[in-house]
Design a protein around this ligand. Structure first.
Ligand code: NDP
Length: 700
């Protein structure tokens, strides 16, 4: 093996010679030995690169990630890792033009490349932002509230999540070489886990280009990421119980890998995204001429042709009320006729080739299987025009529309995923029938429904949700801003049950937790407070002569508390508060109605109790507290009557330093646990308030 300098060299671009892709292992770019697998330009069929991982020592690749990458990432907090993702995303975005050039060799149109490249970088941005908003500035994540485990409150429970100490192996599909890599890397790196990326060989030249740019940012700690362009050899044999595999590809490969000895014996987490026969349903109300009908036609045609139908989320089965079949068929045919197939670099070409000639053969096989139980209603395998390229040398495939007259009898249309621009239309009689047909996909990534009738929407959701990872319900009101049937989003889960693999990726925080161990902790509230850096009710508090609002962020500690003076609530308070707020609700103001109410007499406004508590705990003079910006988890536990005496206790619950921003006072968020009690020491209101507190060293 030899080591070469890490520079991006264009690939597949006219005038460039084919070259051997490089692997990034143990912190170096390495060229594999032996014969490589030839990679071809999807449009011209010309050889553009070769890939091989021969000579790689997979054991030491895993060991390097675990020994070097993992500890370095775990030393960083979520916020530091999130900022790293953001900086990498910015650097990648600045170089996106280079990626578009390389992406053309995959057969992608500009729009397809946009989804892959900018959609992929977008997941880094999304996780960078969520990492700072939804995770603490810590190395662990607290999952859920404190659980009471004992009567006296001296023994409680809490869940924390810590990063796995092994490596995440990402085995990606060929269709989205950039998005597929980045949507898995973002949650993995945010979790603090190193990754070994194995792109699908056929389009690994694009993954390599983007990966190179990522390495060249110099922002990732050593060992955080490695890349294998080609076979992953015996890599999985070296994984232990601290590792995780995320696989996207065919169900057969996925199942085979999931059943590997080392995966089973070490209980290695295995997340699988596999074949999926996604449905789209036209609601019975969405007659021709309605906005929903037009939206449906547009979406089905778009899903068939975007990325030449090579999307795991593409619509494969189109469910249509039987009375509208001929309208739908003719509308779809009209749209498909307007799709020009050819070299995407030529103006007017709307659909490019498949990823390679191998895929042409695969999709043909699937089409033959579907044709056994459905009639071909549009398109021809042998007679279709290709603009600006040689149909036989490039990996071109026609758009094909099937019609399954008897969808309950046509098993192939529900079972065979033709991973290309292929779709089967099926009639249904009733919504219940349509639901049964949707479920015949045996578990899918996504389903969609076009209806203006929200009762149909509810029935279809209740009927098909258990079989789908995502459901999109579209009508004239949501269409304009819709992200579309086929777009997985970082905020929402991507994955599906059954034949879709049974996995789940992204979905905000959920996707990060996939790479973390959730551990239940049991102990005293004080112990758990010290372990988690979060005040747990019942834990020891620290009282000081100095009011906590006079302290800078840096001077406050979790558990620091203030017990306020008392205040007796009077009827005058209630009347005054009603006057100021305009809230004359009978329970506060109408003696007779209040007597008949669940309170049995007049009570103080809950918001008066809050305001009075603020009056008790606030330190009025200017100081380090910059603002009170929110309140969470408010509960009025018991009524407060005129004559009751209230007292508040505020305790520092959690502290989160905010990154320094130009032109902004250095600050942090301090959340405070607030408990208001009455004269019998019974809680009447509990909540959390959020304040911005100045950090020291600001010239104050
Ligand atoms: P494969 O299952 O053959 O490949 C998927 C990934 O697995 C690739 O990175 C591949 O690498 C890798 N792989 C294959 N064999 C092994 C092995 N023995 N050990 C480790 N890794 C392995 O699927 P394809 O990419 O060829 O796609 C085939 C079909 O999968 C499509 O036609 C489609 O039906 C489905 N698919 C589903 C997707 C989804 O998200 N649901 C996405 C893409 C495809 P290599 O390329 O080096 O063989």
């Amino acid at each position: 093996m030899t080591t070469t300098a890490p520079t991006i060299r264009p690939i597949g671009v006219p005038g460039t010679e084919p070259r051997r892709l490089e692997n990034f292992v143990r912190g170096e770019w390495v060229v594999g030995t032996g014969n490589g697998v030839d990679l071809f330009h999807a449009v011209s069929g010309a050889k553009i690169a070769e890939a091989t991982t021969s000579g790689t020592d997979y054991r030491s690749t895993v060991e390097y990630a675990t020994r070097v990458g993992g500890p370095a990432l775990r030393r960083m907090t979520f916020h530091e890792r999130a900022l790293m993702l953001k900086a990498i995303a910015q650097a990648l975005m600045a170089r996106k033009d280079e990626f578009y050039l390389v992406s053309a060799a995959t057969g992608a149109t500009k729009q397809d490349s946009w989804v892959d490249i900018e959609g992929g970088i977008g997941t880094f941005f999304a996780y960078a932002s969520r990492g700072r908003r939804e995770f603490p500035n810590e190395r662990f994540y607290i999952d859920g509230p404190t659980e009471a485990l004992s009567k006296g409150g001296s023994f409680v429970g809490r869940h924390i999540c810590v990063p796995l100490e092994g490596v995440a192996v990402h085995i990606n599909a060929f269709n989205f070489p950039v998005w597929g890599m980045l949507e898995k890397l973002a949650p993995t790196l945010l979790a603090g886990v190193p990754a070994i990326v194995k792109p699908a060989t056929v389009t690994s030249f694009l993954a390599e280009a983007v990966f190179r740019a990522m390495i060249e940012t110099d922002l990732l700690p050593a060992g955080a990421v490695q890349l294998l362009c080609g076979s992953s050899g015996d890599l999985l044999d070296h994984l232990d119980c601290q590792s995780a595999v995320a696989f996207t590809g065919s169900a057969s490969t996925g199942k085979m890998l999931k059943a590997s000895k080392s995966i089973l014996e070490n209980s290695v987490r295995f997340n699988m995204e596999a074949d999926s026969l996604n449905y789209s349903m036209l609601g019975p109300d969405a007659a021709p001429g309605s906005p929903e009908f037009d939206l449906f036609i547009k979406e089905v045609a778009r899903e068939m042709t975007t990325k030449a139908g090579q999307k795991c989320t593409a619509i494969r089965r189109t469910l249509v009320p039987e009375g509208m079949i001929s309208d739908v068929m003719s509308a779809l045919k009209k749209r498909l006729e307007s799709i020009t197939i050819g070299d995407p670099s030529i103006d007017g070409v709307r659909m490019g080739p498949l990823a390679g000639r191998g895929q042409v053969g695969e999709v043909r096989k699937s089409v033959d299987a579907i044709a056994k139980s459905a009639e071909l209603a549009y398109g021809s395998l042998d007679d279709f025009a290709v603009v600006g390229a040689d149909r036989e040398r490039g990996a071109f495939f026609p758009t094909l529309l099937f019609y399954a007259k008897d969808p309950f009898g046509s098993s192939a249309a529900h079972d065979v995923e033709a991973f290309g621009p292929v779709n089967t239309v099926m009639p249904y009689k009733t919504v219940d029938d349509a639901i049964e047909l949707a479920k015949k996909g045996k578990g899918s990534l996504v389903g969609s429904l076009f209806t203006a009738d929200d009762r149909v929407a509810r029935d279809v959701v209740m009927g098909t949700a258990a079989y789908h990872g995502r459901l999109m319900l579209l009508n004239r009101h949501s269409a304009k801003e819709s992200t579309g049937h086929g777009s997985p989003l970082p905020h929402l889960v991507h994955g599906g049950p059954g034949r879709a693999g049974g996995g789940e990726e992204m979905g905000g925080v959920r996707g990060v937790l996939h790479y973390m161990q959730r551990t239940a902790l049991q102990g005293s509230p004080t112990t758990l407070m010290h372990v988690t850096n979060e005040y747990t009710p019942g834990a020891d508090r620290t009282l000081d002569r100095v009011h906590p609002f006079r302290k800078y962020f840096d001077e406050l500690n979790v558990g620091d508390a203030l017990v306020t003076p008392r205040r007796t609530v009077t009827e005058a308070d209630i009347v005054n508060f009603a006057g100021i707020s305009g809230d004359f609700f009978y329970a506060h103001m109408d003696d007779i109605a209040a007597r008949d109410s669940i309170f049995e007499k007049r009570v103080a406004h809950g918001y008066f109790v809050l305001s009075a508590a603020a009056g008790l705990f606030v330190d009025a003079a200017p100081g380090p507290v910059l603002a009170n910006y929110g309140l969470e988890s408010l509960r009025f536990v018991k009524p407060v009557y005129p004559g009751d005496t209230i007292q508040a206790t505020i305790t520092v619950k959690q502290k989160t330093a905010k990154e320094n921003r130009e032109g902004q006072v250095p600050q942090g968020v301090v959340s405070w646990d607030v408990e208001v009690r009455n004269q019998n020491q019974e809680p009447v209101a509990v909540y959390t308030i959020l304040t911005l507190v100045r950090r020291k060293g600001t010239g104050e």
